[in-house]
Each structure stands twice: as C-alpha cells, then as structure tokens.
Design a protein around this ligand. Structure first.
Ligand code: AMP
Ligand code: MG
Length: 408
C-alpha cells in the first residue's frame, strides 16, 4: 500500500491539517532513534533522546532568599540577639547556637536549628553589635526549602524535548555536563529548474537567481539538521535520476520546483520509476502542489518552487515533519488570535497564509501577496491565516503565526 495514502477526491483539495497528519504519520513510522552524546554546550536545537530525571534535590539544602539574619523563631523574645556566625553563599555553616542569630546572605545554606530568615532592612544592629528585629516574623519566612524546585526522581524533561537555552540551563542546574540527543536529520536540498543560477554569476536571458537553496539550507541548519547541499538540478530526466542516485545516506530529499504537474516534472517521473510518488493538491495558498514520495526508500518532499510557497509549505508542513522524525511531540507553531487590520472581501477555496505584521495588536498584510514575492516575508513578522471560504472585515478575528515560531 502506498504509505502516503490516497490523495483527496479528484478535483478536491486536501486540507492543510490532513496533509500535516499524513506527514506526521510517516515521520512517526521512520523515527530516527540513533543517538549521540554531546556536551551541554552543543545540544542547542537538538532533541533529547531519554527522559531527564533529577538525581538531585533543588535546592540541595534550605537556603536564604535574602540578605539578613537566620534565627530560631522561638529564640526571639524581643531582646536583641548576638550574631554567632556569618554565612556566605558557598559556605557550609555550623548549627545555629541556641539563643543567637547568624548573619546570612542570599543563596547561603540556612544553618541547622534556624527556622526563619529576616531581611536586613528589618534588623537594627545595636551599638554592642547585637541585632534587634523590628517586624513580626513567621516560621519559614525567606527560606527556600530543600527540594522546593525539584526532588530526586522527578521527571524534568521528557524524551523528545527540543533543547534550547532554558533546557540547557535546567540540565546544568541538575549537574548534567552531557546529554544524549537524537542524531541530526540528514537532509539533501535540491533546487530544480533550468532557469536557476547561483548568486554571484551574471544573470543570462531567462535566468533567475536561486533563492530557495540558501533559504532552505540556512533554515534547516537552524532546525538542527545536517544539510547536504545538492545544488541545482536541471529539468532533465537523465540527470535527475543520476543525481538522486548519488544522494546516499540521507534521511530526506527536499526539493523545490517542478511539482506543478508541468511538463518539466522530472523529479516526479524519477520517483515513479524508482520509488513512489503522491502528488497532493493542498488547500493552501501560497503552495498547493506538494509531492511526497520515496526514492529507493528515502523519503522525498517536493515543495513548490515559488519562494513564498516554499517558505509557507516548509514552515507549516516540512518543519513539523522534520521535528517529528526526531521524536518531538508538539511540532506545530504557537499561534495567536488577533484582529484583522484589513478587509478580505473575496473568499478563496484555499487556506491563505498572508505575510503580515502586527501593528497596534492588529494584523496588517503586505501589499503584494504573490507567491513569487519573497520580499513580502522579509517585511512580515508572521503569517496571517485566512480560512477557506471566508471573507473578513477589519476587526474580525484571525490567527497569526509569528515567523519566529517557525524559523528555529
Ligand atoms: P516550478 O514549481 O518549477 O514550476 O516553479 C515555480 C516558480 O518558482 C517558477 O517561477 C520558478 O522560476 C520559481 N522557482 C523555482 N525554483 C526556484 C528557486 N530555487 N529560487 C527561486 N525561484 C524558483
Ligand atoms: Mg521548475
């Protein structure tokens, strides 16, 4: 059976969420389980291979939340107390001598026998250096108890968590110098089209510069993938076949262009010959044609070539697929509901992802939403979702997907 399933009814378009669900199913079926052990500093953007379980209480001992004085509440009769020791962060204190207090600083261990810390602002040092407390105190105040944040054996981060600065900091707080992460997904990037040349060369007749290649390679790196830059593929079957065959040891072949059922769809022909291919017509704009298939067992995703289409289909479909291949559970971007700052008088049969910005809490859109216009996305800071068969007037509610949610 074709693992990609059947495309929607002929003539009908596949809703974005159906395409995403299918891609994620396929990603689950080819989950990468190989792992590597990395130092904590190197795990940024990678995916945790095992549950991170605490082997420590945090804090490991009760400590002071303030600069002040530690005392046993029962010793406080209203008479000033002698200061019997000074405890800085990093020191191991002696037990508190009964009837005295200890000078203590933020983060320092509370000495055994003390049950309260009073902040220095509420303490008066007498001429004889004894300390009088001016406010009512309660047991436990200003003490961060042992295990307040975490206790031994607690699940801190589940396997499948994407690691960033916060997770790195958390692992460090538990004393972890290394973590096991899923190995990088190896993605080969192919740009198809006879019209493409690389920037830096003079532009000949009929040619355009290849913008998708660097866009995707750079984006994939941000996602923690290993990028195999397979360059430009001419619109030619023999070369297509040969170049695909050269791509050894990759987890995904990601191509752009040549998927619009055009005559120059050589990628599609090569996939049909040596694997399988499903051409999806998605209810998405920009976007619509998207190829999913296999070439000699290697998954292939073919994105439409227009740069804004490449961007939108990568952000909404390929990115979640790649994260799921590494075992990430929540792969969809956070979206926020905002008011439309524009009218949308004509309903479309595809879900539109307009390149837009938030201004005073309302989404406004770039003046030219053509799928060839990458500049729209550079101007934008998010995608404004307009559902199928929907019209809008300014003030209506729309979903906004910040680009920052999908770019990393
Ligand atoms: P295609 O899907 O091959 O028919 O391409 C659709 C449109 O996207 C055409 O106008 C192509 O010239 C353009 N295009 C395809 N690939 C790229 C690319 N790598 N960089 C910039 N534009 C592209
Ligand atoms: Mg083309």
């Amino acid at each position: 059976m074709n693992p990609a399933g059947k495309p929607g009814k002929s003539g009908s378009l596949m809703p974005v969420e159906v395409a995403l669900a299918r891609l994620l199913e396929m990603a689950d079926a080819s989950r990468i389980v190989d792992r590597e052990r990395l130092s904590l500093a190197q795990v940024q953007g990678r995916v945790l291979a095992d549950d991170l379980v605490s082997t420590l209480d945090l804090p490991p001992w009760p400590n002071s939340a303030m600069d002040g004085y530690a005392l046993r509440l029962a010793d406080w009769t209203g008479e000033p107390l002698v200061v019997s020791q000074k405890i800085f962060a990093g020191q191991a204190p002696d037990p508190l001598q009964p009837g005295t207090c200890a000078r203590i600083f933020t983060g320092a261990p509370v000495p055994a026998g003390a049950d309260c810390v009073e902040m220095q602002e509420n303490a008066e040092v007498q001429a004889d250096e004894r300390v009088r407390f001016t406010e009512t105190m309660t047991a436990g105040q200003n003490i961060r108890p042992q295990g307040q944040e975490t206790t031994v054996g607690e699940l801190i981060l589940p396997a499948g968590t994407r690691l960033g600065p916060i997770e790195q900091g958390l692992a460090a707080s538990l004393g972890r110098a290394e973590l096991d992460v899923i190995r990088k997904v190896r993605v080969a990037v192919l740009s198809t089209g006879d019209e493409l040349i690389e920037p830096g060369q003079p532009l000949g007749p009929g040619q355009i510069y290849n913008s998708n290649r660097v866009l995707l390679c750079s984006w994939l790196q941000r996602l923690g993938c290993e990028v195999i830059d397979a360059g430009i593929l001419p619109d030619d079957l023999i070369t297509t076949r040969a170049r695909l065959g050269e791509l050894k040891d990759v987890d995904l072949i990601l191509s752009t262009g040549g998927v619009s059922v055009g005559e120059a769809d050589f990628l599609g022909i090569a996939l049909r010959e040596e694997g399988e291919l499903t051409l999806w017509k998605l209810a998405i704009k920009p976007g619509k044609p998207l190829t999913f298939g296999h070439f000699r067992g290697v998954p292939v995703i073919g994105l439409p070539g227009n740069p804004a289409s490449t961007l939108v289909t990568f952000a909404l479909l390929t990115r979640p697929y790649l994260l799921r291949r590494q075992g990430v559970k929540d792969v969809e971007p956070l979206t926020v509901q905002v008011q439309a700052g524009f009218d949308w008088p004509k309903a479309g049969n595809r879900r539109e992802y307009l390149r837009g910005r938030l201004e005073h809490g309302r989404a406004i859109i770039y003046k030219n939403q053509s799928s060839g216009v990458l500049r729209s996305a550079a101007w934008a800071d998010g995608l404004v979702e307009v559902l199928e068969d929907r019209t809008l007037v300014a003030g209506d509610s729309v979903y906004f997907i910040p680009l920052s949610e999908v770019l990393g």
